[in-house]
Design a protein around this ligand. Structure first.
Ligand code: CP
Length: 320
């Protein structure tokens, strides 16, 4: 592989900081990583001798497991910590926990935390490369990258795509990372959702705020649902689940407004019967399960390219 200049940074904190060339380097590298995944022998030595630790303060299935598999497929040692089983439960701070893991000669620290900006706070304070696996409502960069990978893989391009994102935009780090990524790559992004789940002044980002799901889906190449955070129902963000379903669920009728080739996407986990029925999750145009597979390839690419950047920095430091 030859992506020596692929990433120009120690950490992957968000899509906002990435250049377009860096995004394409990740997507191109992920294509090679997917071939590794599909080969008879998934174990490579690209990260042999390196260590990867996932530090998750929020629940996860896809992100955590895929980083774990990505590290193992690259030949690294992988460890995992969560807030419930660690000394966080005894009151240890995020910074003390991160420094403790860092001092075990960790090369990559994958952080998911409920507070926006947590990975940005840790990154300059540890030697390990920090990868943001979701920080509060801010960003989920590797989710957006795997979404881009899936769109490009299926539709053959990114520039000029019309992408409808539907649901709880306000609380969604997936929506934010996708917005920054899709806009950088020249896509037309449309949001639809209840007014109480739509950030104020969102139009100032250049996104089109639609009054209905049908308007958002009109001519779309991609229709993406977001998880409705039912745990936030107590906050009264929408009157009831049946009313949400009536106005915002992705149905066959909604899809009829989209382009005939439109992809159905969802970052997962999905509330079946809320964001979409099971028949839409399993629809012939749904790529939701492919997104999961592509997530491993994209995370392998991120680890691989950040490792090259680490090696370059270490060589530079030695020769200085
Ligand atoms: N899409 C996503 O981040 O899923 P998990 O919460 O299962 O990691």
């Amino acid at each position: 592989m030859s992506y020596e200049e692929g990433l120009r940074r120690k950490d992957l904190l968000g899509i906002q900081q990435l250049g377009v060339d860096e995004i394409y380097a990740i997507l191109d590298t992920a294509r090679n990583m997917k071939q590794v995944m599909e080969s008879g022998n998934k174990r490579t030595a690209y990260l042999a001798g390196k260590s990867v630790v996932t530090l998750f303060y929020e629940n996860s299935t896809r992100t955590r497991a895929s980083f774990d598999f990505a590290a193992k497929y690259l030949g690294a040692s992988a460890g995992a910590l969560s807030s419930s089983g660690s000394s966080t439960a005894k009151g240890e701070s995020l910074l003390d926990t991160a420094i403790t893991i860092d001092r075990m000669a960790t090369d990559f620290l994958i952080l998911r935390h409920q507070v926006s900006g947590s990975p940005h706070y840790l990154a300059p304070r540890v030697r390990a490369s920090v990868i943001n696996a979701g920080d509060g409502c801010n960003e989920h960069p590797t989710q957006a990258l795997l979404d881009l990978y899936t769109m490009r893989d299926r539709l053959g391009r990114l520039h000029g795509l019309r992408v409808a994102i539907i649901g709880d935009i306000s609380h969604s780090r997936v929506a934010r990372s996708n917005l920054w990524a899709l806009q950088k790559l020249g896509c037309d992004v449309r949001f639809a959702g209840p007014g109480t789940m739509m950030p104020r002044f969102i139009e100032q980002t250049g996104v089109t705020r639609c009054r209905s799901v049908e308007e958002a889906a009109d001519g779309a190449d991609v229709v993406m649902g977001l998880r409705i955070q039912l745990e936030r129902q107590a906050a009264g963000l929408f009157p009831s689940v049946p009313e949400y379903v009536r106005y915002y669920s992705i149905t066959d009728e909604v899809l009829a407004h989209a382009a005939p080739h439109a992809l159905i996407m969802h970052p997962g986990p999905t509330n079946h019967g809320v964001e979409m029925e099971t028949s839409i999750v399993e629809h012939e145009r749904s790529v939701i399960h492919e997104q999961v597979t592509n997530g491993v390839a994209v995370r392998m690419a991120v680890l691989y390219l950040l490792n090259l950047a680490r090696n370059r920095r270490q060589r530079g430091a030695r020769s200085a």
